[in-house]
Design a protein around this ligand. Structure first.
Ligand code: AMP
Length: 482
């Protein structure tokens, strides 16, 4: 009997069998300390995924791999683990699981032994036709071990008629749709690829003789590597014996870098797509301050995600910036916790009011986004409990009205506050005296650069506009916009 995998009705954060993750990847070729460098790189990319991490290494003859649930520091700080990962080429992966039950079978890198070759693969992004492809592969006899869309790529590689492993990978990727930045070891070659729209970031760096690939430049900084450039959308780089070869095996598509990487996901000290994430966030805050000023005494960020935008807002408004909320750094990103119950608990675990700076004040709070509204509701109440006279909420992104299908964890539309309520209703629900979001035009003014103009922004902004640039083959059209 052949299996059939239903089309995805919508994204669900609690369903362990959906393809869905946002992650960090790292790769290095030509280093005697490949595993140790990769562990450090993954440590710098911890914000992109906190559920699990893994490293695969090739020593010229054999592959060695270690994967575990939990943080990089817990999984890769012991010398015994690193010593076993001997080799000069390595790739690593941090997994951001959205499922209730994270299992080791979904932890990357994945390794497959093919007829004459071995491939190891780590992937950041989300494929939008993975279920359709998996359905066809299972009908042809493929047996899947995980619920990760990355495994679909592995099966497509295995089925490719090409002889050369790198060509097999290009052939496989030509069949997938969606967003991906991936790193792979194909025998003795390190590969880095960005999807033709360039939705997710991937940068190239150098440390002495070694080439490095990483989701963000902060992973180069941690090992003292030099930033060379972004891997271009649709580019496949292959590094072998110290030589880099660049290829473009896909039909070109319009650039669509995820604007939410600038707003929230990337680390502020990273440069992605040629821009400092911190500077972009400050510029968004400055725009927001011009668009939506408020009579207030003080600007307070919701840390850490709102901090650079709040600095930009306060600077432009000429208001004092204060750390009126203190964040407990021993708690991960609230949203990353898988269950609703933990998410609610998490907000209280994470933030506390700095009363001395709030009592009697008219406060402007700045955060990067409102998703379900949980954080805003609790923080506004926290400000009132601490004696704030007025609370004005300013958000450094337009209202999040649509789910992301390209790798950022957002809930289904019915759980997105801005999909269900207008701004006035949202303001009432979160209990603020005023609420304003940056306009989409203001956002583009802030992120714009020479290559990108408001008329031709070249970003993916689907979460704010519903304008999905890559086909959503696996998803029911009616439910995407429902
Ligand atoms: P919520 O409490 O549901 O409104 O979520 C908003 C908070 O979650 C904001 O403070 C953001 O910093 C953070 N956030 C927004 N999007 C994401 C995401 N995709 N993953 C993790 N955290 C997020």
């Amino acid at each position: 009997m052949s299996a059939h995998f239903p089309r995805l009705p919508m994204i669900s954060s609690d369903d362990s069998d959906v393809f869905h993750e946002e992650c960090g990847v790292f790769g290095i070729s030509g280093s005697d300390d490949a595993a140790a460098h990769t562990a450090l790189g993954l440590h710098a990319l911890q914000h992109r995924g906190q559920e699990a991490s893994g490293i695969a290494v090739f020593d010229g003859k054999d592959f060695h791999v270690h994967r575990a649930l939990g943080h990089v520091g817990d999984n890769f700080s012991s010398p015994e683990v690193i010593d076993k990962l001997r080799g000069h080429i390595a790739i690593g992966h941090n997994r951001y699981a959205t499922s209730g039950a994270t299992t080791l079978r979904n932890v990357q890198p994945f390794i497959a032994e093919l007829a004459d070759n071995t491939i190891a693969l780590a992937h950041n992004g989300n494929l939008t036709n993975a279920i359709t492809l998996k359905d066809a592969l299972v009908r042809r006899g493929a047996i899947f071990q995980s619920s990760s869309d990355t495994e679909v790529i592995m099966h497509l590689v295995a089925h490719s008629p090409h002889k050369d492993l790198v060509q097999k990978l290009a052939d496989a990727l030509n069949q997938v749709e969606g967003a991906y930045s991936l790193v792979a070891i194909c025998n003795d070659t390190l590969i880095g690829v960005r999807d033709p729209s360039g939705v997710r970031p991937l940068v190239l760096g150098r440390l002495d003789e070694a080439y490095i690939l990483a989701s963000e430049s902060c992973a180069l900084d941690i090992i003292g590597a030099e930033f060379i450039r972004d891997v271009e959308p649709g580019e496949m780089v292959a590094i072998r014996n110290g030589t880099l070869h660049s290829d473009r095996p896909f039909a070109p598509r319009p650039r669509r870098f995820c604007v939410f990487e600038y707003i929230y996901f990337a680390r502020p000290d990273s440069f992605v797509e040629g821009r400092s994430v911190y500077q972009v966030r400050k510029a968004i805050g400055a725009e927001l301050s011009q668009e939506s000023p408020a009579d207030a005494d003080i600007v307070i960020p919701i840390p850490d995600s709102g901090t650079p935008a709040a600095i930009g807002y306060a600077e432009k408004a000429g208001l004092p910036f204060e750390l009126g909320i203190i964040r407990n750094h021993y708690v991960g990103r609230t949203f990353i916790e898988p269950t609703e119950q933990i998410r609610h608990l998490g907000v209280r675990l994470k933030h506390n009011a700095n009363r001395a700076y709030i009592a009697g004040k008219r406060v402007i709070l700045v955060d990067d986004s409102i998703v379900r509204g949980t954080t805003s509701m609790k923080i506004v109440q926290m400000m009132r409990d601490a004696g704030a006279r007025e609370v004005h909420m300013r958000i450094a992104s337009p209202p999040t009205t649509h789910s992301c299908f390209y790798g950022v964890d957002t809930p289904e539309r019915s759980k997105l506050m801005a999909a269900q309520h207008d701004v006035d209703e949202m303001c009432r629900l979160i209990g603020a005296d005023s609420l304003a979001f940056i306009s989409i035009e203001g956002l583009y003014r802030a992120v714009g650069d020479a290559r990108r103009t408001p008329e031709n922004p070249q970003y993916c902004d689907a979460c704010f506009t519903g304008n999905y640039p890559i086909p959503l083959t696996d998803h029911d059209e009616g439910l995407i916009s429902a």
